[in-house]
Design a protein. Structure first.
Length: 189
């Protein structure tokens, strides 16, 4: 049995970043065409720059749960709401280099949680050094690439791929992967 997306009327993303909201909207309205998609600022519960896949997943799940809670607190009925969280992080590789990671989480009121992730791309040494020094990746990219508000636009992926991929397009597969738990709910106990 699959999840009934036709009942979903509100999808709330745990962020006001238009890149994250638009990534969720682009994917989810294909299944829940009657749903409104909006964002709300919620804490991730992890540092501004998450380190490692586990901490990044934790942030995505926390954002999704808080977003769902916000929707429910503002009048959306339990059977008509989904919460979405998207979190970007960095992972230290065995050779000491850094790479990106990103994870999406989708939750419903039944406690089902779908998680999807990837966006594993190496970071240039100068960017990695700034992140190691405590700078959040978006600010590090802004500084090194002489850009502005990277994380609300092309992201590191957009800059480093010369525009072949942007942050929203990179997040869309993650949201899609997180939907597997709902689309094929019959395969999960």
């Amino acid at each position: 049995m699959t999840f009934d997306f036709t009942r979903v009327r509100q999808i709330t993303v745990g962020s006001t970043n238009p890149v994250k909201i638009n990534a969720a909207r682009t994917v989810l309205v294909r299944l829940a065409s009657a749903a409104a998609v909006s964002g709300v600022e919620v804490p991730s519960g992890v540092p501004d720059q998450p380190w490692g896949d586990a901490q990044t997943i934790e942030g995505a799940v926390a954002r999704a749960r808080l977003a769902l809670g916000h929707a429910l607190a503002h009048g959306t009925t339990a059977d008509a709401a989904l919460g979405v969280g998207i979190e970007g992080g960095v992972v230290e590789e065995a050779d000491g280099s850094l790479r990106t990671c990103a994870w999406a989480a989708i939750v419903d009121v039944e406690g089902r949680t779908g998680i999807g992730g990837s966006l594993a791309m190496p970071l240039p040494p100068e960017v990695a050094a700034r992140v190691r020094g405590g700078m959040e990746l978006g600010r590090a990219m802004d500084t090194v690439a002489l850009a502005s508000d990277t994380k609300r636009g092309p992201g590191a992926v957009g800059i480093l791929t010369g525009g072949l991929m942007d942050r929203q397009a990179a997040y869309e597969p993650l949201v899609t992967y997180a939907l597997a738990r709902f689309i094929r709910a019959d395969m999960w106990p």
